[in-house]
Design a protein around this ligand. Structure first.
Ligand SMILES: Nc1ncnc2c1ncn2[C@@H]1O[C@H](COP(=O)(O)OP(=O)(O)OP(=O)(O)O)[C@@H](O)[C@H]1O
Length: 238
């Protein structure tokens, strides 16, 4: 199995902090694998994702990504151009990644269909819903055909019904496009729906447990219990 991402001994202490946020974190991700990172709030999940994206400089340790040029990142808020259409926003993803001069129309059409956005191509972003906008954000990221897709709580600003719909949608997309994905989430049910592998991330410790929902029966209660135990007698906050 080809390896897409290798993080080795990542250490990061924010200026002024008493303790490192990343304290020797290691992680491996195979090509075609979807990993969802769960963990308590403030444990350092986003810091790790940002370090993988190259947006956060590590104090020490290494991040190795196969085919580094094809990395795509999507955050919680859709950062789209509201005055451009759905299609133009998706094409921008391809254009910015110097797609050898020309956007391939057929490929974009096929992507729009896979995204479930057929019929909305010519609407402006200001004329579509939040859920549809987040589909466009992910579509724009996929337009470069990324070797690694990084998602930081992409659905958490959406209402519960839309969020649930998009979780199933994302899982289908992963299967159809054979995506390699690393996603940070606060939602256990989302992780079980979307992930091949779920990693529980703990402050100062890194990953302390993995589950594989597609290979074994993984209940949400079991994961919730893990949160409780990891927090010890103290309170836990998801
Ligand atoms: N730019 C920064 N400067 C200083 N401290 C930061 C910075 N970004 C994050 N931190 C701190 O590092 C710790 C980890 O933050 P991070 O956002 O990575 O956690 P998280 O697990 O993603 O949290 P959440 O689930 O709430 O988004 C927190 O204590 C946070 O306050």
């Amino acid at each position: 199995m080809a390896r897409t991402l290798t993080v080795e001994n990542a250490v990061k202490t924010y200026p002024g902090a008493q303790t490192p946020t990343l304290n020797g974190v290691s992680l491996e991700l195979n090509s075609g694998e979807a990993l969802v990172i769960l963990g308590q709030t403030g444990s350092g999940k986003s810091t790790l994702l940002r370090a993988v994206a190259g947006l956060e400089e590590l104090d020490s340790g290494t991040v190795e990504i196969a085919d580094h040029g094809r990395l795509a990142v999507v955050f919680q808020q859709a950062a789209l151009f509201p005055w451009l259409t759905v299609r133009q926003n998706i094409e921008l993803g391809a254009r910015y990644k110097r797609n050898r001069g020309r956007v391939q129309k057929d490929r974009i059409d096929s992507l729009i269909a896979k995204l479930g956005l057929t019929g909305l191509e010519n609407r402006k972003i200001s004329e579509i819903s939040g859920g549809q906008a987040q589909r466009v954000s992910i579509g724009r990221a996929l337009a470069i055909n990324p070797s690694l897709l990084l998602l930081d709580e992409p659905f958490s600003a959406l209402d519960p019904a839309t969020r649930e719909e998009l979780q199933g949608w994302l899982r289908n997309l992963i299967d159809e496009l054979h995506l390699t994905m690393l996603m940070v989430s606060h939602d256990i049910s989302e992780a079980v729906t979307v992930a091949d592998r779920i990693g529980y991330f703990e402050a100062h410790k890194g990953f302390t447990r993995f589950w594989s929902p597609r290979q074994e029966e993984v209940s949400e209660t079991e994961i919730l219990d893990y949160y409780r135990n990891a927090a010890g007698q103290g309170s836990y906050v998801i």
